[in-house]
Design a binder for this molecule. Structure first.
Ligand code: ADP
Length: 473
């Protein structure tokens, strides 16, 4: 409420009004002059002005409208009409304010969105579901070679021709982030050149509108690296294959040499044994005491060497590289045969052999005989003062048969548990060739299994080996 034009102007400087009601006739500054000044100021430039007047002259009306009046109310004024007209302006002002606030919020959200897009490590494109680009970050401009903002409003398949919007889920609600799909597609730059691109597309539903966000990553380097890696792998495989072939060849040559040597040594050795026996028999009585002993040493060593050569040949046989074809082997029958083979030493030592139920499994009989014969032989050979008690058993575990040969012999110290499986490895003081367990290991490994020893010195040993049960093959 202002009582004069100048007062009205002052109030308009300090406040925002929905509308101004102005008397045309006023002392000093009249309504038209006041309206002109109100309109002249930036803050009140768009404030609607309603003139109240008692004169219905055209000149008044023209002048008033010219000065930006939106309406004239003629006296006598009806309060209801005045009130309803003013209400319309108040309502309009409120709505305009709401719109302004909304626009400001939108502008802020868009700014934040742009900021987020710019901060993303990848080229980012936001489209609507039909593929029209709404927001594009500068990385996308750079990646595809377009000037800034040139892509706004264009279609995304201009950049990634194979791109398709994922199917929109029917239950996508506001603020829902929908499915995210990643695929290797081809990106096309402005100059027409192409590159491999990983495109991750996700859906975002906001205020009832679906936005489709796509992150595009140039995979040129990775694809190149992958190709190089594949080439290197292929080269490596070739090298390994060549080396393996080379090794196999030299292994075969070595095996043939060892075989030939052991074979060729056999004959001269037999001659030494035969002639030293002949000497002992015929010239023995004529020899002095220690000469007899020397001859004995010669004979003993020759016999031992013969045993070593035999064991070596067995080992070479077990290690033969020929492909083996497994057939069902009845392990009970194998062990019975082995017990028969070792009957002499079993009777001699009064050994008691307990054979628990043993399975039939796909294997190679001669190799199984070798393994059981060496293990049972050792169980008796390395006995303590007590008569040997040996238990042979098997249990099924996790697609394997685990066989055990358990004895009550002298046992093996923990430090030798692995050592004894080496070629020519035996524990000091024992008279064997040190090949039995090496043969066992070679045989078991050829059958796709593993072998190990468990023992507590003084309480006997258990030699175990595991073989695949063949069910999986
Ligand atoms: P060899 O019996 O011919 O010496 P092996 O390779 O069969 O050769 O065994 C290696 C060594 O392991 C043997 O010298 C022996 O000391 C030890 N050994 C093997 N089996 C047993 C066992 N059941 N009990 C105690 N020691 C064993």
């Amino acid at each position: 409420m202002a009582n004069s034009g100048p007062e009205a102007l002052r109030l308009c400087l300090e406040h925002d009004f929905a509308a101004v009601l102005l008397d045309v006739r006023m002392p000093g500054m009249d309504g038209f002059e006041t309206a002109q000044l109100i309109r002249g100021r930036p803050r009140s430039r768009h404030t609607p002005i309603l003139f109240l007047t008692a004169y219905r002259s055209d000149e008044h009306l023209f002048r008033g409208y010219d000065l930006g009046a939106v309406d004239f109310l003629f006296k006598p004024i009806l309060p209801e009409i005045l009130q309803s007209k003013v209400s319309v302006f108040v309502e309009l002002t409120r709505n305009a304010e709401l719109l302004r606030q909304q626009a400001a919020r939108l502008a802020k959200a868009e700014k934040q969105m742009r900021h987020l897009l710019e901060a993303a490590p990848d080229a980012m494109v936001i489209t609507n579901p039909s593929g029209e680009m709404l927001l594009v970050n500068s990385r996308a401009d750079e990646l595809f070679g377009y000037p800034t903002s040139d892509l706004d409003g264009r279609r995304f398949d201009l950049l990634v021709p194979e791109w398709r919007c994922p199917e929109l889920p029917s239950d996508l609600e506001d603020d829902d982030t929908g499915i995210s799909v990643e695929s290797r597609l081809t990106g096309r730059r402005r100059d027409g050149s192409t590159f491999p691109a990983d495109v991750t597309t996700s859906l975002l539903c906001t205020n009832g509108t679906v936005l489709v966000t796509s992150a595009i990553r140039d995979m040129t380097q990775q694809v190149r690296a992958q190709r190089q890696l594949e080439q290197l792998n292929a080269q490596l495989e070739n090298i390994v294959a060549a080396r393996t072939e080379e090794l196999t060849r030299s292994n075969d040559a070595l095996r043939q040499f060892a075989w030939a040597a052991s074979h060729d040594l056999q004959e001269p050795l037999r001659m030494i044994i035969i002639y030293s026996q002949w000497l002992m028999r015929n010239a023995g009585p004529k020899l002095a005491g220690n000469e007899c002993q020397f001859l004995d040493v010669v004979q003993g060593n020759a016999v031992r060497m013969e045993r070593l050569l035999n064991a070596l040949r067995q080992y070479l046989l077990v290690n033969d590289t020929a492909v083996i074809s497994p057939e069902p082997v009845d392990c009970h029958a194998v062990v019975s045969l082995v017990v028969e083979n070792l009957k002499g030493i079993i009777d001699e030592t009064s050994a008691h052999i307990e054979i628990q139920p043993l399975p039939t499994l796909p294997s190679v009989e001669v190799l199984m005989v070798q393994v059981f014969q060496n293990l049972l032989g050792n169980a008796i050979k390395y006995r303590s003062d007590r008569p040997p008690q040996v238990v042979i058993s098997a249990r099924h575990n996790n697609r394997e048969w685990i066989f055990s040969v358990q004895d009550n012999g002298i046992g093996i110290e923990p430090r030798y548990l692995e050592y004894i499986f080496g070629v020519f490895k035996r524990i000091d003081g024992n008279s064997g060739a040190g090949m039995g367990l090496a043969i066992c290991r070679a045989a078991v490994e050829r059958l796709g299994g593993r072998i190990w020893a468990e023992s507590e010195p003084g309480r006997g040993s258990t030699l175990r080996f595991a073989l695949p049960d063949g069910a999986g093959s």
